[in-house]
Each structure stands twice: as C-alpha cells, then as structure tokens.
Design a protein around this ligand. Sequence first.
Ligand code: PLP
Length: 400
Amino acid sequence: MMRYAARTRRFDRSPSQIASARARDLRAQGRDIVTLTAGEPDFPTPDHVKRAVMAALERNETKYTAVEGTLALREAVSAKFKRDNGLDYAPDQILCGAGAKQVLFDALMATVEAGDEVIVPLPSWASYPDMVKFAGGTPVFIHCSQNAGFKMRPEELEAAITPQTKWVMFSSPNNPTGATYSREELKAISEVLLRHPHVWVISDDVYEHILFDDREFATLAQVEPRLYDRTLTVNSSSKAYSMTGFRLGFAGGPRELIREMGKMQSQSTSGPSSISQAAALEALSGPQDFIAERRAKMQERRDVICDLLAQCPGLMPSKPEGGLYVYCSVAGTLGKRTPQGKVIENDQDFTIYLLEQAEVAVVQGSAYGMSPYIRVSFPVAIETLQEAGRRIKKACEALT
Ligand code: PLP
C-alpha cells in the first residue's frame, strides 16, 4: 500500500471546488440545484481574445516558451502595471504562470521554510493558509470582524508581526468578503510595514477590475513606493477578462525574487501554455472598455443578491465593495430547527440545509476562516439570483 506524504494531510481540496463538485453530483442525479459557489464571471471570453487564440494557432505558436513567459507577454504585463497601477516593473521583474495561484505558490515555495510565519488576515481565500502550510511555514491569522469591514487594522498587523514573520499576504478586493482597502487604509498599513523591514508583502490584485460604487483601485507598492523593493504584486487574466480556464496569472516584484520563483516554476510546470500567453497578451493590450460594462452588470447583480438575502430571516449580508461574492452572516439561524428536526449548529449545517432543502449551493464561511457565515457567489444571471433568493428565503422561513 502507498504511504502518502505528510504534506497531503496538512490540508484538503479547495472548499469551493468541493462545494461545486457536490452540486454537480446532485445535478447529475436529476436535482435542480442553483449553484452559487463559483469564483468566475459567467461572461464569455471577449471575441478579440478568442481571435488572438486562433491566430496564435495559425502561426503554430504551440511550442515551449521561456519559463517566465514570452518577452512579448512580459512587456504587455509591464505596460499593464504602468497603465493601471503606475508601477514600473521591467520584463525581467515579471513572472507569468498558470494562474495567480501558481505564481503565489512559486513565491511561497521559493521563500518560506519551517519556522517562518506568514500573516493572513481572515476571512481569506482558503488557498493562502494551505499554500503556506504546503511550503512548510506557519500561517498567522488576524481575525477581521464584520464591524471592522472585514479589514485588518494597522494595530492588529503590528501585534501579529514577530521576528519570524516573512510575509503578509492579502487580496483587495477580498475573497470572500469583497472588503477593499482604500488608498488611505493601505497607507496606514504601510506605516506599520515600514517599521518592520524584514516583512515582505504579497498584494493579490486579481479582483482589481471588479470594484463597485466608483471606488478607485489602489495597490500597496503604488501607495508606498518605499515598499516597492519588498512587495510582490500579483494579478491575473482570470477574473477581469473572463479567462479563468486559460490559467494565466502574473507577478511583478524584485528581480532576485522573480528569478527564484522562476526556478520553482522551471521544475514544476515550466512556462505557461503558449496559447494562453497569446490570449493574455491580447487581453492586456487590446480594448479595455468592456471591463467597465461588465463591472456595471456585476454591481447590479451584487445589489440584487444583497437585497434578497437581507429579506431572509436570520441572515445578514455585508455589502461587498468589490469581487464576486457576498459574505453573509447566518448567526440568526443558529439554534433553530429544520423541518426534519435537525438543529442548525454552525454554518456547515446551514450550508447543508440550504443544499438539501432549498437546492441552493453556497460555501460555508468556516472554509474562509470566519464563522458563522456563508459565501454566496453572484457572477450569474439576475434570474438565477432571484430564484436562489426565493428558495433561500423559503428555507429560512421554514426554520423554527
Ligand atoms: N487570488 C484570489 C484572492 C482568488 O480568489 C483567486 C481565485 O479564486 C485567485 C487568486 C486565483 O486566480 P487564478 O485563476 O489566476 O489562479
């Protein structure tokens, strides 16, 4: 019998992937499940990107590329950082990989060892702590309450830093809460970081373009240039351009770090798919106007789902400032009894109840490190959200 490595026991598969798979299985059994678990916009990949894919195939761009991505793509990423973020990253300060996920993984694998700590504000994307553990490090959590807008306060960051701290990693807008750090909030965070020169920062900006209510996007290295030399700025073609399946992410950072990250990638996946690189090149350098149209549609969906959830007894949604998800408190359902006589004891119970009773799939908040909440994804048609809202309300009303 195979004895599996200890690292396989340090974490499980991604909870949203598990929830999506569970919903898919029930659907395959003929159940009419409304699935609100996905972390991807339902919009199609733009036509000009699809045409660029065809053209790349016609040109037989189907061979290995440089591990860090083609020079043409890295130049396009460099231009994107300048255009959107006012950041100067030369092509040799850029690494492209199979999604932001791989680039984050490369960064942690290249830098984190046993005894190293990585600060992760919670709630957070489930992959951060698991990647830290994979690399052998210890995630150190800051619990950011709903009252604080799910954001870490400077004094909380200060208190979490130790001599072992290697990184602070966070995304803004955040998955799962949509909390977004303003320029002023980032400035306050950077004041703390300037006092601790051994701490580096991963700024995960994958939701940069999905930002609501005319908010202005800001990223740490831009807000505090004195942190530029110890910041890794991570982004992706996935969310802004509806290209999740292409698996193309990128990072800009100090040359040496990028070189070490490239080393990790060279012995794992090598360069990202040549065709995905051609697609991302077009996405980043082609027309950008559709992004605002899609953002407006996403904002409309956010408003619809927040209104619907607010009408459900026991639920309290927190309106996201960006991103694709509502983090909704289910505290008011705890201790209540389902029509089948089961008591709802935590957000996992409530999630299962919703799936069985309302046939609506969401992800339990415990997966993101803060309970009792559910994460409700809203990048789906408004009619789907309305149907989900009707079902969730009925299920909440049936609790006694
Ligand atoms: N970072 C955050 C905060 C995410 O939520 C996700 C995906 O859900 C990613 C990174 C991964 O993006 P990619 O598709 O580029 O790997």
